[in-house]
Write a protein that binds this ligand. Sequence first.
Ligand code: AMP
Ligand code: MG
Length: 397
Amino acid sequence: MISVDAHRETVTGLLGNAPVIRLPLASAAGPGIAEDVRAGVSLPPFDNSAMDGYAVRAADVTEVPVTLPVAEDIPAGRVDITKLEPGTAHRIMTGAPLPPGADAVVMVEHTDGGVTDVRVLRTAVPGAHIRRQGEDVVEGTVALSAGTVLGPAQLGLAAAVGLAEVPVFRPLKVLVVSTGTELVDAPEPLRHGQIYESNSIMLASAIRALGCEAEVLRSVVDDVDEFRAVIEPRLADVDLLVTSGGVSAGAYEVVKDALTGQGVEFRKVAMQPGGPQGCGRWNGVPVVTLPGNPVSVLVSFEAFLRPALLAAMGHAGVDRQRVRARLTEAMTSPAGRRQFRRGFYTHSEGEVTGIVGPRGGPGSHLLASFTQANCLIVLPEDVDSVDQGDEVDVLLL
Ligand code: AMP
Ligand code: MG
């Protein structure tokens, strides 16, 4: 048996990094940025007003109330800005450039709101309500560092510093294949001995949620020649093949039988569920083979594929958030294996640690309980039992 960490490293190494492409911001959400990106302009690009009000010299409003002539009107977007003469005010709106000569803004609420003359009711200190050039980002500095994931805030900043495109790792194309002669697609009626196929939609949606592309081949029968004939021609178009089923110790293990000796290695990983795993290259294309039980599939995705795909797409952080939590009930775990159990984690305000309870038993066919889970409880290799109230590691999904 090999360790979970060793297999994860192998899978991550297999995928490597996707090629770098430049995408317009509108299509760039999801992947990590591939290179450091520098700001083309400072943010703010110029000193401007933080309030609707009046640009003044602080020295002119030390004795209040005082009335000043309004010499200019500066809405946001005005670009021909003239100097503020001593003893005058410019009416100014939020985001409009501060006129040279002004060193403070009095908010409109502290005036009579006048248009030709303004009565200022409160004093202002120098710098009041002024947003300084470069306060947020300085032109030429790194605005987004390599590996930063492009979510709404990051895309917003990229837009604000004047970028139209960003360098990202090209989203990987993954071919998802389910194997099993027993598998049937709805709405076809089930005959006794058949089940509905559910792994491919789980894998495809999990893969797409990371920003990768997924193509799906539902239910390939357990026949080695047919498996090879159907899948081999499609390898050239994809970056990764992910299969489920057909890798355990029984007979009719189609994936194992078809790919052993073709560059894919099958091994037992010290985990539960998800022990039988395989990975390698088939015709040069990375292949990750997962076991067939639906819970094993999702746990294997979490343990191996998710971090590998995120790393390939340049994410600096690939791990789920890990927290400690107190167990609501005792559990056992097979010695020498890392157990992942579906759990529900809650954290009340004021508590130092949250609490977590298992959802469903360890059986890897118990998919319904996964739908009630929001985390995986991780019981390490050297633990074979935990008591109610013990603290355990929890991965938040
Ligand atoms: P296998 O690893 O092929 O022996 O499959 C293990 C178990 O998972 C068997 O009970 C299969 O019927 C089930 N299984 C395999 N593939 C799928 C799938 N795509 N959808 C639902 N169940 C599956
Ligand atoms: Mg099977």
